[in-house]
Design a protein around this ligand. Structure first.
Ligand SMILES: *[C@@H]1O[C@H](CO)[C@@H](O)[C@H](O)[C@H]1NC(C)=O
Ligand SMILES: *[C@@H]1O[C@H](CO)[C@@H](O)[C@H](O)[C@H]1NC(C)=O
Ligand SMILES: *[C@@H]1O[C@H](CO)[C@@H](O)[C@H](O)[C@H]1NC(C)=O
Ligand SMILES: *[C@@H]1O[C@H](CO)[C@@H](O)[C@H](O)[C@H]1NC(C)=O
Length: 419
């Protein structure tokens, strides 16, 4: 009698332990070692890179919501141990649940000067977020994909959301908006990349550039299905709720100039083959376009800015393939109406915004945001570059990027849009 009871108890305990073990294993393996996990999930799941269905049968849904709740508690438990700056970062985990914490979080009350700056910058933040909410809710302001829900966003479109589970941070990277440096910061924070000695990088600027942009250096939302299987959307939602989410934006037209300068004015074999060749073939009168960028540059053949814009405006372009991330609209990369960002930084005020963000994340003692010495595209160039284009093109181009202008509070460039 007592023996069989004891046995029952033992079986239950072992089962509970196994369940916990499996979950811990799943979570840890994914965080610490992508490679082990990739092979693990390959054999177990034997799935292609396809997106998983988001709607599961009812039974599974019930199970899922239980697991959801459980993971929720588990995640809270796990995060208290994971933080290495326990006292300073404690506030981070509380975000979302308590608005008072939200306001207090991240302020260095000990320094008067910092505080004054902080309040002003914080007000600017509130304005930007309010502006986003206002236009996302405004039904007379419309743009493609605006009305879809988070669940409707395909996995492949979530590839710009980089997650750091160690500090609870999600960064949506927008190319041509200081994204190299923010990616460096994310790598250091999440310890997702090891240097030659096998130690996680501590210093953002020591990470080689090619590693910064290698997608395997980052955990992004579109990779969640590998780690969490059918719970991946649930995990995304938990993390979106709990973590601090930020992005950096830039004047959309200036971003286009910047993209053009870095991808077409500098020799870049990949961009030459994938984009310059079709642009030159379609919009210049040349019959034989060189196949390599070296050849093209030595014969002085580069797409002009006007041909680049023509390519963007051509309906054929988007029919063949979605815009490359360097010129894809920010709203299509970061889904600002589906994801409620906690921080909207702007390249135009990068230094102030970066300082405030690092303070808010309580990581300002770890490092400063790396300064950028590259030849920056200045906003004042906009007039120069765009006024040479036909007016109808400028107007069409504005329509194409209007959502980015409006959502992120960039004034309509009226001087470029009137005769
Ligand atoms: C909603 O959007 C329309 C079109 O952009 C704009 O004219 C209107 O002022 C907006 N309404 C509010 C309340 O912001
Ligand atoms: C990205 O990193 C992975 C793993 O370190 C490596 O195998 C791959 O070759 C890299 N890809 C590029 C394009 O460098
Ligand atoms: C291309 O060639 C056609 C006819 O050969 C000519 O009318 C047109 O002006 C040319 N366009 C450019 C941009 O050179
Ligand atoms: C910066 O870029 C502009 C335009 O591409 C170029 O004229 C200028 O020489 C560059 N400056 C430096 C320091 O590279």
């Amino acid at each position: 009698m007592t023996r069989s009871r004891l046995f029952c108890l033992l079986v239950i305990l072992v089962s509970v332990f196994m369940i916990l073990f499996i979950i811990v294993y799943w979570d840890n393996v994914g965080t610490t070692n992508f490679n082990v996990h990739t092979s693990f999930s390959k054999s177990i799941l034997a799935q292609s890179n396809e997106e998983r269905p988001t709607t599961a049968p009812t039974v599974e849904n019930n199970v899922a919501s239980d697991v959801d709740e459980f993971l929720d508690i588990f995640l809270n438990f796990g995060s208290t141990k994971g933080f290495f700056q326990s006292t300073k970062t404690e506030n981070l985990q509380l975000r979302g649940s308590n608005s008072q914490e939200e306001i207090v979080r991240g302020y260095d009350w000990s320094t008067k000067g910092k505080l004054d700056d902080g309040i002003l910058d914080q007000e600017i933040q509130e304005e930007r977020k309010l502006n986003l909410r206002k236009f996302c809710a405004n039904s007379s302001f419309d743009f493609p994909t605006k009305e879809r829900s988070f669940d409707d966003i395909p996995n492949r479109e979530l590839d710009h959301l980089i997650v750091d589970d160690r500090h609870g941070i999600i960064y949506c990277y927008v190319p041509k908006v200081a994204c190299t440096n923010w990616k460096r910061v994310m790598i250091v924070l999440s310890e997702s990349l090891l240097d030659k000695k096998g130690v996680p990088y501590q210093e953002p600027l020591q990470i080689p550039r090619e590693d910064v942009h290698n997608t395997s250096s980052h955990l992004t939302f579109n990779k969640f299905w590998r780690r969490y299987g059918k719970f991946s959307r649930h995990m995304m939602k938990i993390k979106l709720k709990k973590y601090t989410k930020f992005l950096f934006v830039r004047d959309p037209f200036v971003r286009l100039i910047s993209a053009f300068r870095s991808k077409f004015e500098l020799e870049n074999e990949n961009f030459y083959r994938s984009f310059a060749v079709p642009i030159l073939t379609r919009y210049s009168n040349r019959t034989n376009v060189p196949t390599s960028v070296g050849e093209a540059f030595s014969s002085g053949m580069k797409p002009s800015f006007s041909q680049f814009i023509q390519y963007l405006l051509d309906e054929k372009t988007e029919e063949q393939k979605p815009f490359n991330e360097h010129w894809r609209q920010i709203y299509r990369l970061c889904h600002p109406c589906q994801i409620e960002y906690d921080f909207v930084g702007k390249l135009e005020s990068l230094d102030e915004d970066a300082a405030l963000l690092l303070r808010q994340l309580n990581i300002d003692s770890l490092f400063q945001f790396p300064p950028s010495y590259r030849n920056k595209t200045a906003s004042s160039w906009e007039e120069d570059w765009f006024s040479k284009l036909p007016l109808s093109w400028r107007q069409k181009l504005y329509k194409l990027y209007e959502a980015d202008f409006v959502l992120f509070g960039y004034p309509k460039p009226d001087n470029l849009l009137r005769v």
